[in-house]
Design a protein around this ligand. Sequence first.
Ligand SMILES: *Cc1c(COP(=O)(O)O)cnc(C)c1O
Length: 486
Amino acid sequence: MASLSGFTGSSISSEWAGLSWKQFIPIQKPTISVSKNSSKARSNASSSSVKMAISVEKRLILQKSEEVFNAAKDLMPGGVNSPVRAFKSVGGQPIVFDKVKGSRAWDVDGNEYIDYVGSWGPAIIGHADDKVNAALIETLQKGTSFGAPCVLENTLAEMVIAAVPSIEMVRFVNSGTEACMGCVRLARAFTGREKLVKFEGCYHGHADPFLVKAGSGVATLGLPDSPGVPKAATFPTLTAPYNDFDAVKQLFEANKGDIATVILEPVVGNSGFIAPKREFLDGLRKLTEEHGTLLIFDEVMTGFRIAYGGAQEYFGMKPDLTTLGKIIGGGLPVGAYGGRRDIMEMVAPAGPMYQAGTLSGNPLAMTAGIHTLKRLQEHGTYEYLDKITGELVKGLLEVGRKAGHALCGGHISGMFGFFFTEGPVYSFGDAKKSDTAKFARFHRGMLEEGVYLAPSQYEAGFTSLAHSLEDIQSTISAAEKVFRSI
Ligand SMILES: *Cc1c(COP(=O)(O)O)cnc(C)c1O
């Protein structure tokens, strides 16, 4: 989410990574008319005198969404608890959800959407899975929170350790932000160094050291990207463009013996979908080893998403530390960090690096995680995700190009993205060439067709085991129509 997504609650993430807060200028609201006296969610445009800017056949009635969101704006900053949700980067009325199931989401006006956000990743087996729900109800009966050790923590820890190649010990927290924050503190504690290298367009949660404007100069020291972040917090943050190994080498030359950690999204989802170059990943692994620097894979998004063992299994490599979140909570709030035993034993109370959490290891969250992972262990799950997601991206690019648009895109397993530019896109700099105004029109058009995409060009999309081939086909047909109209 957010590189540009970041600004949503969970997301300063996607939207935000690499962008200054000042750049979040809402796009003008597309022409969507709300019919106050229709109780039907959708009605035919032909039945009214509305001149639609986008879709010609259907109109989306968003009356209740509008009412709820207007009330929310008075209650919560921007009407949301995570910035991207407010639709600032695509404009128009945000959709207020009522319920979700399988591949579908329904809004408060009763409109149904095929959902490609999946709660920003966690819903990989489909929303509100029956088995997960049943397990949650069983756990619920024993209480919602213990604040004491419970067996479920062991179970999920064993599953995570067995799955993720580099993880020998794990600590559960409550969000991806917390995981990244704790993990960097640990890397600093272990190495006795302070500097960290992050990449432009990568989002690692909203903790101070990560909110750094990625400067144009590769060797520039970080400056805070949000008011309220002290310069001292980001001074040790160095940034380089994604997929630019030479830039990282230069940072290491200029900061010999000072770099505690390199943290990256091993496949980027927070500036849109960007795959790493093999040489880039291999180069980082070798360079960090040579310099006694810890390599952190932030797999909050990619963990259990692009393969059961995450990006590290997919690419066959071992970082020193790994952060997780999203999927391992199965839709409840969870994060985790883990890695080599000798490093993890520095974490309190085994060691001196302090990090704690009142609700960490919460039995409900552990339960949802356990049963989500169990489903993912079934035969052929990742092959299925790869197949439907590949079809989706291939279809979207085909119909989009046929309609005359410059487009590029890609996917790995159930994670995908596309940009309104020729490409190729290897970095956030490349991603910014995308025609975001066109994306906003596309996004609104797809909503009208009953397809819910992430409300930002700079967010990855997600499929789930509940998405059928028919879902994919009807999404491509909807896109064909919308591409012709924008
Ligand atoms: C979502 C995300 C985070 C932040 O996780 P939250 O649970 O939103 O705090 C961190 N890193 C990556 C790669 C993410 O995608």
